[in-house]
Design a protein around this ligand. Sequence first.
Ligand code: MN
Length: 419
Amino acid sequence: MKNKLVIDPNIKSWIDYPSNTHFPIQNLPFGIFSNHDNTRRVCTIIGDTVIDIHELYRCVALQNIKTKKFIKDLLLNDYCNDLFSEGKELIRALRSQIVELFEEKNKKHYERLIRTALNNIKDVNLHIPIKIPNYTDFYSSREHATNVGIMFRDPANALFPNWLHIPIGYHGRASSIIISGTDIKRPAGQIVLKENEAPIYSKSKQLDFELEMAFVVSKENKLGEPISCDQAEDFIQGLSLFNDWSARDIQRWEYVPLGPFLGKNFASTISPWIVDLDALEPFRTEGPIQDPKPLEYLSQTGKNNFDIKLEVYINDSLVSESNTKYLYWSIKQQLAHHTVNGCNMQIGDLCASGTISGPSASSFGSMLELAWKGTKPITLNDGSQRVFLQDGDRIRMTAFAENSNYRIGFGEATATILP
Ligand code: MN
């Protein structure tokens, strides 16, 4: 824990970027890109410049990070999994060498040498950064769980009795997780139009988004060996922005008694960048007070939440502003709970937070809540109204942490709905 790499806020890069960029030199997230030759490889980004890390090695032979073979295998790779599996110390060494190459004061030394590693973001394709063996979705926002409980169950007992004791979650489907920019098709399935009527086969009429953050597992535990809260962040590389698309009508009919299934697994959108936990270190904050006190294996101290602003736009109308800090259960607690029974995590496993709703109506993280089960339509900038999403709607989520020095951003998780 003591060796976290927090990059000096005063360092500037010789790559120009505006002060509100998501990607100052203090961020250096990991992603996967390809350009004209269609070879996928590991990259990072400063401003609008996508940096081919393998090419950096070729140009300047970044030092002291193992062998050439190693570098080739890890960086000329379709996914970041193999790189992450080398461990956090290697990632820290890599990120700190990249800082050195791109620091303003070293411009004369390196700019010409590493020119061929630089690509404008407009000229590249970004791909899903990790191969995801398993995907889990939690339900960690108290406000979201309470809103859903009020709408569908009992306003006086909105939370189920287990909710304040357990980070609730379910196993989702990894194969349909897609990179930002990929359009999604409106799903079809069984829906019930009126209560107590028979189901029909239909396109979903209640397509929704869920505003979430997800963490990426970068270290394995053995089957039968739980990860403690204290160890948990050693097993997590970073965070990404995540949209857990949901067909509410399909979900409502199918979820009893085993939980979400086809109402969820038709698509989930992930942003292109894995933002390192180290880069988020300056944005730590305490989470909500947990009462009742969780069981010992879930006990944590210190600042375990992150102050990350979240926004959702429908066709460029801002419809929600939330924040990761509202989450009741921290990522440490989610991972400790996930493995308390001995469940073994795999490198690249993705664990999403659940819909992140805040206390105010403008901070709710789904259409279900924003339009309150269809009873309060929201009005977009063009005057049109929505209770759920329409074909052609473009949903754009964005996230960034911010202080007086810089922003650490996640880019976007965006998709357009096709009929
Ligand atoms: Mn969800």
